[in-house]
Design a protein around this ligand. Sequence first.
Ligand code: GUN
Length: 284
Amino acid sequence: MAQLIDGSRIAKDLQDQLAQTILAHTNLGRRRPFLTVVLVGEDPASQIYVRHKEKACHSVGIDSETIHKPASISEQDLVALITQLNADPSVDGILVQLPLPKHIHSFNVISAINPSKDVDGLHPYNQGLLAMNKARHVPCTPSGIMKLLEAIDFKFEGKIAAVIGRSILVGSPVARLLLHRNTTVIHIHSKTPSPWALARQADLLVVAVGSAKLIDAKWVREGAVVIDVGIHRIDDKLCGDVDFDAVKDQASWITPVPKGVGPMTIACLLLNCFNAYVASFDKV
Ligand code: GUN
């Protein structure tokens, strides 16, 4: 049986440390960091994620607000809201919860965020810095995955990783981060022929495909580390993109769902927000 990578504990340790650091700042008489979350529409999963983010902010001493707009908002009005938040010196971080309604181009909205306040690391400028190994705000889930791998002392250099999925939120940035650590990356996506045959060569699988229990034993080499980014509800039970029971005896380490990657995404958002806050003092 694989060992579990306890994302809840690792995230809690990061958040406890961050709470202490924020306290040290506020004890000097500084204001608290501030995150604005923009939520558009009524997607139930997004509403739950946003609540978790707000709760986590408050637990470490970051103030936050959620601006909830109806699904009918125009792209132009959403961009105008972002422009207003960019100009507000009391806002350190801006996060636009994805997905957005179909009539809005998320690229245009994300591109409107001041890159310094883009705590999701999704702005083209921040993605470019990441591609050039000069990252400032790294997207939260990829950053959390790297911290999980560091926590189990994964040796990146010389290893083969299969990244399954190529979204801008997870697959593409995590592949970059692994490359920067001298891991050899096989990037698998929906058009890859015989994807399991490639994945089986890997020492590390990072799975972010958004399809419940897609990955079974034939994808996983004996002793591989498996990071499962997916989260789905089936018959009132949560599961990931990986069929946990089918691969647990083959992997050496595996993230559970829930309590694996999810808490790390939130912890890294808080860290990015704190970094944006600290950088705002350097600017004045
Ligand atoms: N939707 C699902 N995950 C995320 C995330 O990390 N950031 C944003 N903005 N939206 C998401």
